[in-house]
Design a protein around this ligand. Sequence first.
Ligand SMILES: Cc1cc2nc3c(=O)[nH]c(=O)nc-3n(C[C@H](O)[C@H](O)[C@H](O)COP(=O)(O)OP(=O)(O)OC[C@H]3O[C@@H](n4cnc5c(N)ncnc54)[C@H](O)[C@@H]3O)c2cc1C
Length: 805
Amino acid sequence: MKTHVQVAVIGGGVVGCSVLYHLTKLGWSDICLIERSELTSGSTWHAAGGFHTLNADPNMAALQGYTIKLYKELEALTGLNCGLHHVGGITLADSPERMDFIKAARAMHRHMGLDTHIISPEEIKKLSPIVNTQGILGALYDPLDGHLDPSGTTHAYAKAAQIQGAEIYLRNPVTDLKQRPNGSWDITTKNGMIHAEHVVNAGGLWARELGEMVGVFLPLHPMEHQYLITDDLPEVFTRDAELPHVMDPAGESYLRQEGKGLVIGIYEQDCDPWALDGTRWDFGHELLDNKLDRISDSLEFTFKRFPCLETAGIKTIVNGPFTFAPDGNPLVGPVPGLQNYWSCCAVMAGFSQGGGVGLSLAEWMVHGEPSRDIFAMDVARYGDFCTKAYTRNKVRENYQKRFSISYPNEELPAGRPLNTTPAYSIWQQQRAVFGQGYGMEHVNYFAPEGEPLLETPSFRRSNAFTAIGNECHAVRTSVGINEVHNFGKYLVKGKGAQAWLDGVMAGKLPALGRITLSPMLSPLGKLMGDFTISHIAHHEYQLTASFGAQDLHMRWFERYLPALNVELKNVSMSRIGFQIAGPKARELLAQCTRFDVSNNAMPFLSVQKIEVGQCDAIVQRVSYTGDLGYEIYVPAEQQVSLYHTLAEAGVAFNLKPFGMRAMMSLRLEKSFGAWMREYKPDYTPMETGLDRFLDYHKQPDYIGKAAALAELVEPPKRRLVSFIVDAIDADVVADEPIWKDGTVVGFVTSGGYAHFSKKSVALGFVPTNMIVDGAAFEIEILGEMRAATLFTKVLFDPQSRHMRS
Ligand SMILES: Cc1cc2nc3c(=O)[nH]c(=O)nc-3n(C[C@H](O)[C@H](O)[C@H](O)COP(=O)(O)OP(=O)(O)OC[C@H]3O[C@@H](n4cnc5c(N)ncnc54)[C@H](O)[C@@H]3O)c2cc1C
């Protein structure tokens, strides 16, 4: 065993072995994998081995496609057999809503280059005669779906890595991890110490324990899961060809052929989190007790869907644990707050995702950033808010919803409320309907009297449509109030603040009392953030960005933070308040403060520390609504006081509260992009139009400047544009394909109904040479082609007179 390595991967399941292989593939060979027992000793050995490309996130789906295509490469490289069965997969739809769901998935696949199809009940029957298609309206067919041999595949990854120089140490539990001052790790194992520059936690069922060794909580939890293997069945063994997989969301089941019989797995509602207080270190190649009573209802349903099961004998019942994060996606990347400690766990579909996860982590370690945006599986999408109990509640909900329809406007109820601001009860009294992001409750909209306090989950316009429209109208015609807790906020202070910010931000820094907007770039010139920078005092700046990106941004800042002269603090929870927006916003603010807030004293993009009511406030003259507006930040404990000041003065101006849905509608009228929709690490400043905020001349160079300059020489081939869509009762959400003359030429990033302009709007990318005002395109919404007209002049106030008035 080596005593020093560049990387030690802990865990020899399919995920750890994939990381090991991908590190060697990218050229690192001074690496090892340490395994407690034998390879596959966690969840991996009892997996059903199914793989598929379906995922709500396009980059995750693409990485699943990469994983599936990788198996042939592994076989060729190692001569080992992964036991591949590319039999295709069918996802059944038994209601109009499920048809909408699969049509939306199909549309998204078009721009991802995946060859899925919607098929009829007759076609289902032809592909899989064992399905009873009564009540079935159609299905999604994916020819890439299939299954493999979990053990053979894991060994193929391991051997491929060994061929390329990696070492594997079996029967060697890691018992402790200690960090040296230089950030490297001393790893205590049963067979001795190893010193590693980097450690990867691929501990699967024991990832929580490996996290605890270094004092971090990784938000994942194991769940029990059962599948059954039948005896041989004539409906199977008399066929020439192998049966395809069938997912039946209505029955919460999946089914595939295994030899001459079938495998049926159930994601049941009555499910159990496993090992609440941690996974036993001596848990080995063992199965859990069967709990057939929990799945008996689902099985009964399954027997009706696949009548040949009714008489089938059961050969084996498998009940095994595997891990989930609260949203079911993996936890990958550098763990915030720790140096050289990488997470690669909570991979609930190791045979669909293991390859892509291993590739992304290896790229991150070797190249400094993954080649595509993987925020959907970045460990930094969860922050300290995610407690153990909350994680358990959400993981259970995720397991239960594995086969449910995910609606774009759906707000999942488990574990809520968790974090609230002092204004929460004020909004409750006004009939707020809440959503949650990054553990925090925010108002989506306010339900009128007599209407339910729930937005109906739907792919089409929901019951909230009129209420949201009224909120937009209130903002545009008088003044609206909305909370500003939903921003991540950072205080940067000290003599070195300006120089440091100049180095990490790509835009110009503001003069004292002023505000600028600035992208933050990665070394490869990708968008890492879009910030509002306010110069609030001498050597003191406030940065504002997306609330959900707090850990992402703090991790990035800390990576580049100098040791001296800069103080950085995340004040997202302690500095909250309200925004007021609309033509009457200034008059309202003037009623609440003795300070001069006229346009001369406080022009657009200025910031002041003033008293509003009795509160010490930072007031920023900016507005995401595109109207005259102010963001007013106060210490959290003064938020209620601030509310009463604004609300009392607001009576004279017909002040109305508005929620996030209205805000997102209003921003469409200005074609303002949103973080993780239009702006994310997949895109560059020039592609998104954020290049207008770059400072190409700033010296010394900032991160990403060389890549930004390179875009000037070779401009991007696609750009973000806006469309008016001829929609009927369903607007775009994201990832719909954009068509021109019968070909998919681009994709939607976001959109919706712009209530004040009474137009359905889509934002998305198309090739630069097609960008002509008024050009005709089509956007596929729920399987139907809708005419879409490209526009270049924003819908509301193109001269921005309102914002600047
Ligand atoms: C019943 C069932 C059916 C499933 N069906 C499918 C399916 O059809 N398709 C699919 O894609 N997925 C399926 N899965 C999920 C799949 O099994 C997991 O996604 C996958 O196994 C996760 O692999 P892993 O490497 O992350 O974790 P694990 O397999 O748990 O591996 C972790 C490894 O780390 C080692 N380890 C932990 N701590 C230490 C330590 N301190 N020192 C050294 N070594 C350590 C362990 O011994 C273990 O070998 C199924 C799971 C179950 C339970």
